[in-house]
Write a protein of this length. Structure first.
Length: 372
């Protein structure tokens, strides 16, 4: 089989998936659009009613053939030519963005897209996610999305004097000196809301009932297969509000397999259909009240870290999913027990990270970047 992987350099998930597929004898092509247009050209062809695209990556591999399955992993802004006049930068940036986003109809994919390109925009819209999750039968915390200070304060009072706040889209700020700040979920009380009135009115955000958690769930859905991991986020002060702090602290986040209620699995599948997704990584909070609350889904969320810290062989399962070319994939097991840790110990990983990826243009960061 032939696989297309659309991502950025140093994407450890994409690299591990490519490695696993090549081990099984498949052909892969890595598409790094951050290299366009700074060091690599991209051409879209429409001739005699037929579409195609021309691209040659740094490995000298062309993209003229058809693919059986396509994986759309990560996107970042395109790198522009250093010869541009300052006044032309925004114009060139927009042209590059349009050709990159308009690429998909020119790619010949015979089978499954993971995920369908048309779903990319909708899944980034958190208000839409929350509404469709509730309609699909998932329990969603009471939520207010607003920049009205009066409405936010009133909502906070209704929720017992504190709320969880998160942005409509996460981002990272950098200062050019190696320091960065990520927009994690935080808990705000009324006094803090009063102090932040100007910020609240300047930009809408998501305010939710704060769930007093027993633990959290990271649920990976592939087709019609559901794999749930319990995250013991309440073991550490750093991870009690947002378990992602474990990536930047010394917290040893424990994870274990969790048997997800069938009704919640069915609701996840209904939600996936409504969002036109075949793959998704869900975050749930399990409250001390025993209820399981939907927080969000990321169509390409990080999940292979669970392969390392839990018993779930997710790299093996994901390779099986891609091979199946089946949007309604139901995992039956396989005889290739490949694990994410095997990739990290491999000579191929060392070669990629030391000799291949450094040749690419760096992923554009700037002072701010929206992140998946």
């Amino acid at each position: 089989m032939k696989f297309l992987i659309d991502t950025i350099p140093f994407d450890e998930h994409a690299s591990a998936v490519e490695w696993a597929l090549k081990r099984r004898g498949h052909s892969t092509r890595m598409l790094h659009l951050t290299d366009h247009p700074a060091i690599l050209p991209l051409s879209l062809h429409l001739q005699n009613g037929r579409t195609s695209f021309g691209f040659t990556n740094l490995a000298g591999e062309t993209f003229s053939e058809a693919f059986d399955v396509a994986l759309t992993r990560r996107r970042r802004p395109n790198n522009l030519s250093s010869s541009l006049a300052p006044a032309d930068v925004e114009f060139a940036k927009r042209q590059s963005q349009i050709i990159s986003e308009g690429l998909y109809p020119y790619v010949d994919v015979k089978g499954m897209w993971v995920n369908p390109p048309a779903s990319r925009r909708n899944t980034s819209l958190k208000p839409l996610q929350l509404a469709l999750a509730a309609r699909s039968g998932l329990q969603v915390p009471d939520t207010l999305i607003s920049n009205s200070f009066e409405d936010v304060v009133s909502f906070c009072r209704q929720q017992g004097g504190k709320v969880a706040f998160k942005p409509l889209e996460p981002g990272t700020w950098t200062n050019g000196a190696g320091s960065s700040w990520f927009s994690y979920t935080v808990v705000l009380d009324q006094a803090e809301l009063e102090r932040q009135r100007a910020s609240i009115e300047a930009s809408a955000g998501i305010y939710q009932h704060y769930v007093e958690k027993a633990f959290e769930l990271r649920v990976v859905v592939m087709g019609r297969s559901c794999f749930s991991a319990r995250l013991d986020s309440q073991d550490h002060a750093d991870t009690m509000v947002d378990w992602r702090h474990a990536h930047h602290s010394n917290a040893d986040l424990r994870a274990s397999h969790h048997a997800l209620d069938q009704a919640i699995q069915d609701a996840c599948f209904e939600f996936m259909d409504a969002m036109d997704l075949v793959f998704g990584v869900f975050d749930f909070a399990v409250g001390k009240d025993g209820k399981t609350y939907f927080l969000e889904v990321n169509p390409m969320g990080q999940f292979l870290f669970l392969d390392t810290i839990s018993s779930l062989p997710l790299l093996q399962i994901f390779a099986d999913f891609l091979e199946s070319n089946d949007p309604r994939f139901a995992w039956q097991g396989s005889d290739d027990p490949v694990r994410f840790a095997d990739f990290w110990r491999s000579a191929e990983k060392t070669h990629l990270y030391e000799h291949v990826y450094p040749r690419h243009t760096p992923v554009p960061l700037g002072s701010f970047l929206y992140v998946e």
